[in-house]
Structures are given as C-alpha cells and as structure tokens.
Design a binder for this molecule. Structure first.
Ligand SMILES: [Zn+2]
Length: 427
C-alpha cells in the first residue's frame, strides 16, 4: 500500500474534505472528518495564462533545454502555479516559430512538462507598433496576421490549447481572428488602441479576452476616450489583470472588479525569468532587464514595465489585500476561471493527478503559507548547488527558497498514510 491522504478544508465550500491518492492519482475525494487540523485548506493549483519565464529561466531563449524548463516548472510549483501557458513575445517570425517548435518538442518528451505546460500563448508580433502600446515588444518586428501565420502556429502546436494576443486594428486582423477561432485557438485583444467599433467587430469575429488590461498602453491617456474605457464598456471580454499593485493601481483594480461581470476577471503574472529568483539582471528575449528588490522589472533607462517578477501566490495575496477579502475569494481568478476561459478542467477529481495546494492560514487570512504537491509528491525548495530528489526527480540547480518568506507550514498539515497516526511531512 502506498496511498497517502490529507484532510483539509475545501477552498471553495469550506467543508472538511478527505483526499486520498495512490501512484500520483486521486483515488478518493469525499467529505472529511469533523475533527481535523484547523486553518489548513485544500485548493487546486493556480493556472497562469501568461508566463514568459520563471525561476531564472527565460522562455525566449533559442537554446532552451529540458532541464531549464523543469527548473522553471519547479519554481512555478513552489509559487502555487501547477499549470500555465508557455508564453512567447514578439521576435522575428522565424525565430519565434523556432522557439515554439523547440518548446513543443521538449514538452512532448516529458509527461511532467505536459502536466505543467497546459498550452501556449503567442503574444506578438500581431500587436500595435504605436508608442506606448507596444510596451516592451520591439515595434520594428510587428506584423499583420495572415492565414499562413495562423496555420503555421496551429501546425506547430497540434491540438494543444493556444491563446493568441492580437491588436484588432492591424490590417487583416478581423479575418485572422475568425480563422484562428475556427482553428480552435482563443483570441485575446491586447497591446492595442482599437476603436470601440473595431473592438466590437473583433468580439463578433470570436475574440473573447483582453490581455493584461491597464498595461500595453501609454502611461498617459486621453481621459475622455481611451482603450481602458472602450474595453470596460464591452462586457463580453474576459480581462486579465496583473495583481501586483504596480501594473494596475489598487483603485483601478477594485474598479474593474466592480464593473465587470464576476466570471470575466482573471489574473496573470506576465512573469519573466526574474520571478521566483533573486534580484539582478535578466533577459527577456533580446531585452536586457533589471529587477530590483521591489520586484519591478524595468528596461534600464526607461520607465515602462517589462513583464513582472510576480510569484503567483504573491499575486493572490496582493489581490486579496487590494480587495480586502480572504484569499479564497480570489483563488478562482487564477485557477478555475482562466482554465474555463481556455476550455480546460481545473477541478480536483477522482482519477485526476494528485496535484494540489495545501494552504495554512496561520500567517494570515490574506497571506497563507503554501505547500505544493505535484502528482502526489511534495515540491521542496532546493538549495543552490544541491542535487536533490524533487517533484521532478533529480534536479541539479537550486533556486531561491520559495516558501521561507511565508514562514514554514506547521507540522500538523494533516498529511498521513491512511490508518496510520503518524505524520508524513513529505511524500
Ligand atoms: Zn504584454
């Protein structure tokens, strides 16, 4: 017998819940005992629609390796994120597609990477090249989308979930959106200054999202008519927000929640390599970026932000604090809701991998401490230079301790072998 179980409160219903897993798969999920550790919660892993790199690994590298990806996946899990869309930003078209082909081949060879990389997000080069709207993307590399571009992306990704961010005012974009949707892609508008009429036409063509609202636009906007008002006036788009207090001000963050239908607000980290790693200099493709202790990502000498260094669990805590609600109320905005947007299931269920978060509220109601289990094995922070057994198997390079800043989880988080009284701290 090598089954293991945990009893904890269900994140959404607050009901005591008993989860039993065996060989990495959930065997039982049922109401739990009344007497159980308090303040320990069971939640599905976070799902991030936009990750450009993580844990010191830049996904825009031409020579990305399987070890790099595993390292990033491990660091993401330590931040509570069990699934994500591998995101590529604007580059020369042949280079971008080569990077996508390489990542897809690496993922195809690893069940672990398949479980973590839920699909792909291509953010560029079909974006606005206007000042301010292109953000950190190179405006000289922007393209109008053609049917050939879309078919090439679809051929490289097979039937995998594929999200495209497109500026609908580009010539040919509305037809491209229709074609992309007919090819099974999701289309999110972004890095755009489209008129209200073009946004409406893009929605009719099948666009269903808006990428990181409040960013990908100039710092100064016309107060009377700007891209924020036009998007907020259109209730049919699912908008993503970067919940770090920096990319979107707390007032705008709260305002978007009040204004939009609740099901249509999701969170993304837009993280780059510095997330889950130490402050310093990092690359995002051809860009050299600086990340300070404040975790703000800047192009040296410029004021615009270039992605974030946000860990997903920090985003949950900051969102809960900005909205003044418990973390449980915002968890679905980075789990269930983005998964549903991509037409994927994110529920914990019998037969599914035992990949979940255990959250302990000893710290606070808005900032719980976290333990992450991937296919039934607990992920542990690695120390630099150590070779450890991790949730990935043997891994060589370490990364910053991702749990320490929340304080360690109390020993009684309730992970036990069925029938045995003793604790199993790690499985
Ligand atoms: Zn962007």
């Amino acid at each position: 017998m090598n089954s293991v179980e945990v009893s904890a409160l269900h994140w959404a219903t607050a009901q005591p819940t008993r989860l039993v897993w065996e060989n990495g798969l959930i065997r039982t999920l049922e109401p739990g005992p009344r007497e159980m550790p308090e303040k320990v919660w069971l939640a599905p892993p976070l799902f991030d629609l936009q990750v450009n790199g993580f844990g010191g690994v830049d996904f825009q590298r031409d020579d990305l390796s399987a070890a790099d990806l595993s390292r990033a996946v491990h660091a993401l899990r330590l931040a509570g994120c069990g699934r994500f869309l591998f995101t590529l930003i604007t580059a020369e078209w042949p280079r971008l597609t080569a990077r996508l082909a390489r990542a897809a081949a690496l993922r195809a060879e690893s069940e672990d990477l398949q479980s973590a990389i839920a699909g792909w997000h291509i953010e560029g080069p079909f974006l606005s090249s206007r000042p301010g709207f292109h953000g950190a993307h190179n405006p000289g590399l922007m393209l109008d989308p053609t049917p050939e571009h879309l078919r090439e992306l679809r051929a490289l990704t097979g039937r995998d979930p594929l999200l495209l961010t497109i500026a609908p005012e580009r010539p040919g974009a509305l037809d491209a959106i229709s074609l992309a949707v007919s090819l099974g892609c999701k289309v999110s508008l972004g890095h755009t200054d489209a008129s209200a009429e073009i946004i409406q036409a893009a929605v009719q063509a099948g666009a269903s999202g808006f990428t990181h609202l409040g960013n990908g636009c100039p710092r100064e906007l016309d107060r009377r008519d700007n891209i924020l008002w036009r998007v907020l006036d259109n209730a049919r788009l699912t908008v993503s927000l970067i919940p770090d207090r920096i990319h979107v001000s707390p007032a705008l963050f709260r305002f978007v929640h009040k204004l939009m239908p609740s099901e249509r607000v999701v969170y993304v980290s837009d993280a780059m390599a510095a997330a889950g790693a130490a402050p310093g200099r990092y690359t995002l493709g051809a860009l050299e970026l600086e990340v300070g202790p404040d975790e703000i990502v800047r192009q040296p000498g410029q004021t615009n932000f270039a992605g974030s260094a946000l860990r997903q669990i920090d985003g949950i805590a900051r969102a809960a604090a900005m909205l003044d609600v418990p973390w449980q109320e915002v968890w679905r905005r980075m789990s269930e809701l983005p998964a549903r947007f991509m037409e994927l299931n994110q529920e914990l269920a019998v037969g599914q991998p035992a990949t979940f978060c255990l959250l302990n509220e000893d710290a606070s109601r808005q900032r719980p401490s976290l333990r992450f289990f991937a296919q039934g094995r607990e992920c542990h922070a690695l120390r630099r230079g150590d070779a450890h057994e991790s949730c990935l198997g043997r891994t060589e390079n370490g990364e910053r301790n991702g749990i320490g800043q929340y304080g360690s989880v109390a020993g009684d988080a309730g992970v036990r072998q069925p029938g045995a009284g003793g604790q199993i701290g790690s499985v």
